[in-house]
Ligand binder design. Structure first.
Ligand code: HEM
Length: 215
């Protein structure tokens, strides 16, 4: 997927901006994160026979202006869930995963092979968390100010734009560093809050998506 260079990145902060119509989108297929890979037998057993990972695909677009990068994620979810409350209400959410080590596995990294997660939740629609993980069960928050977001729900689809500086100083070692001309890979996860999806119970893309950041 090409992350196009643009000089209209501020206008494209708006998920409904007409300018997104000119940016090629990649449709990424999703599947439920396997119950067998959940960290506890309790979760694995509880969800083994329950349908989850409700969101089947995600459309992704990317632009940058040499200093800032923006991704637009768009997926079908007709029920807007924007509340987190104990064990009864979970917000819709979406995430990108970037390897911080060349061969970090897409299943949330592994010990010594960390990944950086950009995690947006509908109950905090104007920002995304930057987390790091070195395997399933190990994710932790690194920062929650570097990535800004704007989200819109049109009754059928979520459209969310995440923006961050290509390079960050704070928490640099635990944050993906990007530059024009770079090729890297990423993958995605989406949580349908209305289906009580959270943590490991979600839909994810079981394949890498190759990104090319236009020079
Ligand atoms: C087989 C695939 C996957 C499995 C089984 C899985 C499992 C889990 C589990 C058990 C947790 C909760 C424990 C923890 O925080 O480490 C978790 C959290 C998380 N995962 Fe995954 N994961 C998978 C793939 C992914 C992918 C591809 C992404 C991103 C694109 C992702 C993003 C996240 C995020 C952001 C959290 C933190 C959520 C929170 O704090 O509530 N995961 N995952």
């Amino acid at each position: 997927m090409l992350v196009r260079r643009t000089d209209a990145i501020d206008a494209l902060a708006d998920p409904g901006a007409a300018g997104w119509g000119a940016i090629a989108a990649e449709t990424v297929k999703l599947m439920p994160a396997p119950a067998a890979m959940q960290p506890t037998r309790y979760i694995a057993t509880k969800w083994r026979d329950q349908a989850y990972g409700a969101v089947a695909s995600l459309d992704v677009q990317g632009v940058h202006d040499g200093a800032t990068i923006a991704f637009r994620l768009r997926w079908r979810d007709s029920a807007k869930n924007a509340v987190r409350f104990e064990n009864t209400d979970f917000p819709d959410a979406a995430a990108l995963l970037f390897p911080l080590a060349a061969d970090a596995p897409l299943f949330m990294g592994a010990p010594g092979q960390p990944v950086n997660l950009w995690y947006w939740r509908a109950d905090f629609p104007e920002r995304a968390r930057s987390d790091v993980a070195s395997g399933i069960g190990s994710s932790r928050v690194v920062d929650d100010t570097a990535i800004t977001a704007r989200a819109a729900h049109d009754g059928e689809f979520w459209s969310v734009v995440l923006r961050r500086a290509l390079k960050v100083q704070a928490n640099a070692a635990e944050s993906v560093q990007l530059e024009p001309g770079q090729r890297l890979r990423t993958t995605f996860a989406v949580w349908e809050g209305g289906n009580l999806e959270r943590a490991g119970i979600k839909a994810f893309a079981p394949q890498w998506v190759e990104l090319a950041i236009e020079a």
